[in-house]
Write a protein that binds this ligand. Structure first.
Ligand SMILES: [Zn+2]
Length: 123
């Protein structure tokens, strides 16, 4: 029996003889129980989401400016992919591949076409 059902049960048992104040308190208690149950459900979903992300995640390395992805299924001999946008990863959790900016704007090495941040050497 959930905490919400228990609260409802208690409410039904005592409401006949309860004062108005006690009835109000019991209503408040039920409402709090409902919101706790909803919060609990959301947290469980979030945990599951994070566990799924964590189990499938390759190693993400930050070199001081941009992110690189190291494939976890390799034998760790520097099978590196990238670079990826630091801003997009830190704010959105998304690995956005950087484009070769020399073809596009020519002043930097890489450009994120999502957030328009440029990285790398100035040219
Ligand atoms: Zn970006």
């Amino acid at each position: 029996m959930s905490i919400v059902d228990k609260a409802k049960d208690i409410y039904e048992l005592v409401k006949k003889d309860a004062t108005i104040e006690l009835q109000e308190r019991l209503m408040e208690f039920r409402e709090e129980a409902v919101s706790l149950q909803e919060e609990n459900l959301k947290l469980r979903e979030r945990i599951q989401e994070l566990e799924e992300q964590a189990s499938g995640r390759d190693e993400i390395l930050f070199d001081g400016e941009v992110y690189w992805r190291k494939r976890s299924d390799g034998n760790g001999d520097g099978n590196k992919e990238g670079p990826f946008c630091q801003k997009c990863y830190d704010t959105e959790g998304k690995l956005v591949r950087l484009q070769d900016a020399k073809r596009l704007v020519a002043s930097r090495d890489w450009l994120c076409v999502v957030c328009k941040t440029a990285y790398g050497q100035f040219h």
